[in-house]
Design a protein around this ligand. Sequence first.
Ligand SMILES: Cc1cc2nc3c(=O)[nH]c(=O)nc-3n(C[C@H](O)[C@H](O)[C@H](O)COP(=O)(O)OP(=O)(O)OC[C@H]3O[C@@H](n4cnc5c(N)ncnc54)[C@H](O)[C@@H]3O)c2cc1C
Length: 382
Amino acid sequence: MVERIGIVGAGFSGAVIARALAEAGQPVTVVDARPHVAGNCHTARDPDTDVMVHTYGPHIFHTDDDAVWSYVNRFSRFMPYKNRVKTTVLDSVFSLPINLHTINQFYGKTMRPDEARAFVATQAHDIPDPANFEDQALAFVGPDLYQAFFKGYTQKQWGCDPRALPASILKRLPLRFNYDDNYFFHRHQGMPVEGYTALVDRILDHPGITLHLNTPFDPATAGDWDHVFWSGPLDGFFGYAHGRLGYRTLDFDRFTYEGDYQGCAVMNYGSVDVPYTRITEHKHFAPWEDHTGSVLYREVPRACTPGDIPYYPIRLVDEKAMLATYVAAAETVQNVTFVGRLGTYRYLDMDVTIREALDCADAFLAARLTDRPAPTFGNAPL
Ligand SMILES: Cc1cc2nc3c(=O)[nH]c(=O)nc-3n(C[C@H](O)[C@H](O)[C@H](O)COP(=O)(O)OP(=O)(O)OC[C@H]3O[C@@H](n4cnc5c(N)ncnc54)[C@H](O)[C@@H]3O)c2cc1C
C-alpha cells in the first residue's frame, strides 16, 4: 500500500532514505527549513571568485565502504583528493597528523622509524590507567608533543580543560612513524566535481520524490503522516522539554584574498593565544580548478546556544543522561524514525551517514513487508 511518508531534512540522511523509498515504489515528501539541499555539506560557488565554498565548513569524502563509494559515484564524478593538513605552532609550520617529519622537525633530529618510536617511548609518562584526555595524551606522547599539538587545540575545540574530557577521545597512539601525511586512512577519498549540493540534488531527482525547501516541519504535525523520518535535532522534536543536548557550534570568519593565502586547504593553529582553531582556504579543496581570487574561513568554536547551528555533539556524562531521557521519549512515538547526526545525537562522517540511511530504509521497507513496527532510530544513539 502506498503511504504518506514525510522526510524532514534534505541532508544526506533524508536524501538517501528518500531515494531508497522512491526506488522501492513508495513516494515521499522531503522538506527542509533551509533554502538549499545537502544540509551541512552544502557547497556553493562564490559569485566573485567562482571558488566552490563549503558553506558550513569543509567536507572531504572518505570511506572504506565499497557500496557507499559506488553509491555516491552514481550521482557525481569524484576527483581524487588527499587531505594534507598543516599546523602553525611555536613559530613553525608542522605536518599533521603527527608523523616522522613532524617528530624529526620538532625535536631537530633525523630519526628513522624505530629510533623515533623508541625516542617517543622515553618521553611518554607512565600512567597505567589514564583518567582523562590529558593523562591519555601524556601516556602516549609525553609533555612536549602534547603541549604543542594537542593541548591548545583541544581546549579551543571543546571549550574546556583537556582534563575534563574522557580519555576515550584518544583511542590509539596518535602518531605515525613514517612520512605518510594523508589525513585519512580510507581506501576511497575524493571530492564531488561539482560539489555536494549538486550530488544531493541528483539523489533527490526522482519522480517519486517531492521536495519543499524553505519549509520548516512542525513536529506537532507528525501525526498527519503515516510515517516520518526526522533528521532534525532529537531534543528539538520534543520542544526541548527535557533540556537542550549540548553541542559545540562554529563561527566562520570569512575573508577573501587575491592569490594563494596559505598554500594549503587546512592550516591549524594549536596555540590558545590564537582564537581560531584553523583557517581553511576553499579553492585548495578543488585542486583541479584554477582561481586567482581566494575565499577563506577562520574557524572559531564556541558553546552552541538556541538559534546557533549545532555542529559537534558533546556527549559527556550530563549530555548522555539527558540523551537517555530523549531516547525513552522517542520510543513512545509510533510513526517516527530518528535518523542522522542530529536525530541520533552523534558525530557522523558522510559515509557513515549514507550507510546508516541505506540500512534504515531497508529496515523500514522490511518492517512494512512483515507488519513489524518501523525502527525508532536509524542507529542507536547510546
Ligand atoms: C564542521 C564539520 C565538518 C565536517 N567535515 C566532514 C568531512 O570532512 N567528511 C565527512 O565525511 N563528514 C564531515 N562532517 C560530517 C557531515 O557534516 C555529516 O555527516 C552530515 O552533515 C550528516 O548529514 P545529515 O543529513 O544527518 O545532517 P544535516 O546535514 O545536518 O541535515 C539535516 C537537515 O535537516 C534540516 N532540518 C532540521 N530540522 C528541521 C525542521 N524542523 N524542518 C525542516 N528541516 C529541518 C536542516 O536544515 C538540515 O538541512 C563534518 C561535520 C562538521 C560539523
